[in-house]
Design a protein around this ligand. Structure first.
Ligand SMILES: Cc1cc2nc3c(=O)[nH]c(=O)nc-3n(C[C@H](O)[C@H](O)[C@H](O)COP(=O)(O)O)c2cc1C
Ligand code: SF4
Ligand code: SF4
Length: 255
C-alpha cells in the first residue's frame, strides 16, 4: 500500500503529501489517511517493508505541531520506506523537518526523501494560493527522484535542523487567536465537527481557549464566512506580518 498520512487544518500539507504519494503509488492511487479531525478514527496501524508512506504536517512555531506528533504515533513501520514533508508559511521550518525525521525513525520507518514545502500562511496574506501548480510540479519531480532512490536502495541520512530542537521543550503549540462567530452563522455544525481539537461547543460559537490552537480551519471551511478574526489586534498583526514575509521562499527537497 502507498499511503499519504497527514495532519492539515488548512489543507496545504495535505496537498503536498497527496501529490507526492500519487506519483509513488504504482497505480497512481495512494490511500489518504487524514488525521486532522479530533475524531479521526484511525486505530493503531502497522505497515510492512513493502508499503510506502508519505507523512505531511504543518510547521507551528518552528516545530512539528505536537498534536500531529501524537496522531502519527498511532502508526508503526517495520522497515517501511517513507517520505517526510513539512509545510510552512514562508517564514522558516526551523527544526520541524528534523523532528519529523527523528519521529518516523523511532516509529520504525526508513526515510527515503524529505521536503520542506511552502504553503499559504494561516495568518494574513502570505503566499496566498500556495502550493500552486508549479509547486505541485516540483513535488512530482521530487517523487520521481524518490522512486529512483528507492530502486537503488538509498535512504536519507539526515535533514537540516538542530538537536536539541531550538524552539521549546514541549514542541509546536498553537497560537493565541481564537476565532469569533458573527450573525451569519446558521448553526450548520461543520466547524464543530471539523475542529482538530474539539474546541468548539455544540452551540457552534463558544470556543475553549485552552483547546483552540488557532489553526483557523473553522474560518477556512465556514460556508457562511461567519467565523472570523475581525478584531484590530489580529488585523494589525496580520498586516505587519504579511509585509515582513512577503519575499517568496522556495521548496526544499532532500534525498
Ligand atoms: C500556530 C501556528 C504557528 C505557525 N508557525 C509557523 C512557523 O514557525 N513558520 C512558518 O513558516 N509558518 C508557520 N505557520 C504557518 C503554517 O505552517 C502554514 O500556514 C502551513 O501551510 C499550514 O499547514 P496546513 O494548511 O496543512 O494546516 C504557523 C501557523 C500556525 C497556525
Ligand atoms: S461552519 Fe460557520 S455557519 Fe456553520 S456552525 Fe460553524 S460558524 Fe456557523
Ligand atoms: S476553534 Fe481553534 S482549533 Fe478549532 S478549528 Fe477554529 S481555530 Fe482551529
Amino acid at each position: 500500500m502507498t499511503a499519504a498520512i497527514y495532519f492539515s487544518p488548512t489543507y496545504t500539507s495535505k496537498r503536498g503529501a497527496e501529490a507526492i504519494a500519487s506519483v509513488l503509488a504504482p497505480d497512481g492511487k495512494a490511500v489518504s489517511m487524514d488525521v486532522t479531525r479530533y475524531d479521526a478514527a484511525f486505530e493503531e496501524k502497522e505497515f510492512g517493508p513493502e508499503d510506502l508512506v508519505v507523512f505531511g504536517a504543518p510547521v507551528y512555531g518552528g516545530r512539528l505541531y505536537r498534536g500531529a506528533k501524537e496522531r502519527f504515533r498511532r502508526f508503526r513501520g517495520h522497515g517501511t520506506p517513507c517520505v517526510i514533508t513539512v509545510t510552512y508559511g514562508n517564514r522558516h521550518y526551523d527544526d520541524a523537518l528534523l523532528e519529523l525525521f527523528d519521529l518516523v525513525l523511532d516509529l520504525g520507518f526508513k526515510p527515503v526523501g524529505a521536503a520542506a514545502l511552502v504553503g499559504q500562511h494561516t495568518y494574513g496574506h502570505i503566499q496566498v494560493g500556495r502550493p500552486d501548480v508549479s509547486d505541485l510540479k516540483e513535488d512530482e519531480a521530487f517523487a520521481l527522484q524518490v522512486k529512483e532512490a528507492l530502486e537503488a536502495g538509498r535512504f536519507l541520512e539526515t535533514v537540516p535542523g538542530n538537536r536539541p530542537y531550538i524552539k521549546g521543550e514541549e514542541g509546536g503549540k498553537g497560537g493565541s487567536f481564537h476565532p469569533l462567530t458573527d450573525q451569519n452563522c446558521n448553526l450548520c455544525g461543520i466547524c464543530v465537527k471539523e475542529c482538530p481539537e474539539g474546541a468548539i461547543a455544540p452551540d457552534c460559537r463558544t470556543i475553549d481557549p485552552d483547546r483552540c490552537i488557532s489553526c483557523f480551519r473553522c474560518i477556512r471551511i465556514c460556508p457562511k464566512a461567519a467565523k472570523n478574526m475581525n478584531v484590530p489586534a489580529y488585523l494589525d498583526f496580520a498586516q505587519d506580518f504579511s509585509r515582513k514575509l512577503s519575499n517568496p521562499r522556495k521548496n526544499e527537497y532532500f534525498l
